[in-house]
Design a protein around this ligand. Structure first.
Ligand code: IMP
Length: 425
């Protein structure tokens, strides 16, 4: 049974939830390995909409053990609420296992995220303001609170006293904001410890044992390649590693245990927040993509920026993740356009780039070089086999495969679970 990593091949919001959901049908374990409740996975089952931000989408299948790995940052208020919501809708959340080494998002992280963004003004990143960046900053400065700390009131108090002293200085002196009180935070978080105590585990060991037993494991990346702290469009990125390598450090499995790496990309491309976006459309076509694709964020409701598929960026995603195949979502949205365009290279400062530029300055100044392909102008939302797709849609897929060098194995033609065309390996 394989270990599969599934990642976003663009700027997040590629529709990973639906693809994970598909793979989860035959999975035993589904793991989140980075990020936190900045991610939003929307899954539609029998017309019912589930919007999860922290719990792996695999929770919807009764045979799956959902795992939140050590690489994640957990806001326990969100986790407890999400578990209660699932429970109220008839889905058992008690199979969840949470790494004792995952870091905890504290109220001061959320506050700092908001004031730091405000302080940046025009230069702001456009974060989700969920405290993600500040929680990872504390992790790497070694001042973080981990899940295991919640179960030792003495240690929790000690660590929080140190952290708050520092944060309150920053909040009041740097950001001209109000300080925060220790006692209510301790009380609130000890309450979460009580709610979560049965679900905390050594998740690295759990995964090792699952692999030894030949179980089917899916790693579900959040955000996307171009939002990766190392490989994305820094500084307009998130604070973790959504790329495939993050699955190993963020969960405690070895790289040699991964068999398959699936990238998920929309048939076009979107981005929320600020930062460079070479194929962005500021015209009527871009507005149409927003409307037709329902391009508003699951977490913040923000309107997504839209553009034609960027093959330079997609080739980059194939390379930095070692993708073995692609799942292309929302092909049906392109049914509404007469002629399609795909970005095949960039022109920047008089030079042509076939590879994703390593310098932000180049990325900021680049204009895409487009190829045009004919559209199909037919509703494809009921198609369930590759042969059933219009000739032009098949040609579009073939063009992408040729450009990126890996096969497109799954094609999304509508929002529901079954609106998918699967192709054999
Ligand atoms: P943060 O992750 O909240 O720190 O936000 C950093 C950047 O990542 C911002 O541009 C966000 O809009 C973006 N971002 C974070 N999570 C997601 C996601 O799930 N989908 C798309 N963009 C995201």
């Amino acid at each position: 049974m394989p270990t599969t990593v599934l990642i976003g091949a663009q700027w997040g919001d590629e529709g990973k939830g639906k693809v994970t959901d598909h793979l989860s049908e035959s999975a035993d374990v589904v793991v989140r390995y980075q990020g936190g409740n900045n991610a939003g996975h929307t899954i539609i089952v029998d017309g019912e909409r589930f919007a999860l931000t922290l719990i792996p989408s695999g929770v919807l299948y009764p045979q799956v053990t959902p795992v939140i790995g050590n690489g994640c940052v957990i806001d326990p208020s969100v986790l407890v609420a999400e578990m209660a919501e699932l429970d109220s809708r008839g889905i058992d959340p008690t199979r969840l296992r949470i790494s004792a080494n995952a870091h905890v998002i504290m109220p001061y992280h959320r506050k700092l995220d908001a004031v730091m963004e405000r302080f940046l003004g025009q230069q702001q990143i456009g974060t989700t303001k969920r405290g993600i960046g500040p929680a990872y900053m504390d992790k790497f400065s070694r001042h973080g609170i981990r899940v295991q700390d919640l179960f030792d009131p003495k240690i929790l108090r000690q660590k929080l006293e140190i952290a708050l002293k520092d944060k309150n200085r920053v909040l009041t002196k740097v950001y001209n904001s109000l300080p925060m009180d220790l006692e209510p935070i301790i009380e609130e978080y000890l309450g979460y410890a009580e709610s979560l105590k049965d679900y905390v585990a050594d998740t690295s060991l759990l995964l090792w044992e699952a692999q030894q037993a030949g179980k089917n494991i899916i790693f579900e990346g959040a955000q996307g390649t171009l939002l990766d702290i190392d490989h994305g469009t820094y500084p307009f990125v998130t604070s973790s590693n959504p790329t495939a390598g993050g699955a190993t450090t963020g969960s405690g499995i070895g790289p040699n245990t991964i068999d398959r790496i699936v990238g998920v990309a929309k048939a076009y491309i979107t981005r929320v927040g600020t930062g460079p976006f070479p194929t962005e459309l500021h015209d009527e076509t871009g507005a149409q993509m927003v409307e037709l694709g329902g391009e508003f964020g699951t977490v913040t409701g923000r309107r997504r920026r839209c553009g034609w598929l960027d093959l330079v960026a997609l080739r980059y995603a194939v390379r930095v993740n070692g993708l073995t195949e692609l799942a292309m979502t929302k092909l049906d949205i392109l049914s509404h356009f007469e002629t399609l365009r795909v970005g095949v290279a960039y022109d920047s400062l008089g030079e042509r780039f076939d590879n994703f530029p390593r310098q932000q300055r180049i990325l900021y100044n680049c204009h895409p070089v487009y190829e045009e392909l004919p559209g199909w102008n037919t509703d494809i939302s009921e198609v369930r086999s590759f042969d059933g797709l219009p000739k032009e849609a098949k040609e579009y897929i073939a063009y992408v495969e040729q450009a990126i060098g890996i096969p497109v194995r799954m094609i999304g033609v509508g929002p529901s679970r079954d609106a998918t065309v699967m192709r054999k390996s």
